[in-house]
Design a protein around this ligand. Structure first.
Ligand SMILES: Nc1ncnc2c1ncn2[C@@H]1O[C@H](COP(=O)(O)OP(=O)(O)O)[C@@H](O)[C@H]1O
Ligand SMILES: [Mg+2]
Length: 289
């Protein structure tokens, strides 16, 4: 369904963020893209929806060559790719419902179209989606009144309202606590199964990738260094992707569903993240669902 051949990206700064990417994603497959910070994960998914222009290669979605599209054709193609972001990218002062309906507009024309009335069937579908993602009571709330987990649910509903064929998901859990992270990953996974959606999920948490993906691709310095099943991911492969680390002290296996024991890798990330946050905003308190 989605095929990348020989894709490369060199930024104007000279950074070769991607090189020789060969990747084929069948319908309905959930692929986790893992790799250290700076490996090129965000660049790869942004090349697919052309938020970043690839400098080499071909990207095909069904029978369409995405790298050659422009104008209206590009906008239409982007609508078939739902994007879900780490920082949710909601409009804070708008209601949950308005944020979801903005998914109908793709990436451009939001302000132009916002003042038009939305078709009744879009509103009805937005209601159904908000119910499905577990937010039936938050429809009128302002986006900035929600917790991180709830904001991500709005982001997911917004992406689905476009009726995409493919989801592009960039670090969906990076701002969430471990329990909420699992709930969000499980929701994305279930929605992909229900709607036969393919997804590329960038995620630095190896335990989550193992638990929720059908397939794992490891990126290092812009190149694919692993492409296989979650159960094939052993310490040697993790070292190939991330470099030397003490993998035995990190969790070898995904934690059980709903378990309280958090994988060491995920704890480490969360700790680093909360340290960073604490430096920035001493008043910030813990997240919630
Ligand atoms: N807008 C940009 N301009 C120049 N270099 C960039 C830009 N965005 C990313 N890069 C570089 O490209 C490489 C890959 O970055 P990125 O795709 O963000 O990796 P990841 O998402 O895996 O952390 C890094 O070396 C990064 O510094
Ligand atoms: Mg990134």
């Amino acid at each position: 369904m989605l095929t990348l051949s020989g894709v490369g990206k060199r930024y104007p700064t000279g950074d070769q963020a991607l090189a020789d990417i060969e990747l084929s994603l069948p319908k309905g497959q959930v692929l986790a893209l893992i790799g250290p910070s700076g490996a090129g994960k965000s660049t790869l998914i942004r090349c697919v929806n052309r938020l970043v222009e690839p400098t080499q290669g071909s990207i095909r979605l069904d029978d369409q060559e995405l790298t050659r599209l422009s104008g209206g054709a590009l906008r239409r193609a982007r609508r078939s790719m739902g994007m879900i972001f780490q920082e949710y990218a909601l409009v804070d002062r708008l209601s949950v419902m308005e944020n979801v309906l903005s998914g109908r507009l793709g990436y451009v024309g939001f302000w132009r179209s916002f003042w038009r009335r939305y078709p009744q069937r879009d509103v009805a579908e937005a209601f159904r989606l908000l119910e499905r993602v577990g937010l039936p009571h938050a429809i009128d709330k302002r986006a900035d009144a929600l917790s991180g987990g709830q904001r991500q649910r709005v982001g997911i509903a917004r992406a689905l309202l476009q009726s995409p064929k493919l989801l592009l998901v960039d670090e969906p859990t990076a701002s969430l606590d471990p329990k909420t992270s699992r709930q969000i990953m499980r929701l994305i996974r279930e929605l992909c199964a229900e709607r036969e959606l393919a997804a590329i999920i960038n995620i630095h948490d190896v335990a989550l990738a193992r638990q929720f993906a059908d397939r794992i691709v490891g990126l290092r310095a812009g190149r694919i260094v692993f492409d296989g099943m979650p159960q094939e991911l052993d310490n040697e492969i993790l070292t190939r992707i991330y470099g030397e680390e003490d993998w035995d002290s990190a969790a070898d296996q995904a934690e059980p569903e709903g378990g309280e024991v958090v994988a060491a890798e995920s704890v480490k990330h969360k700790r680093e993240e909360s340290t960073r946050l604490a430096e920035l905003k001493p008043a910030i308190s813990g997240g919630g669902v």
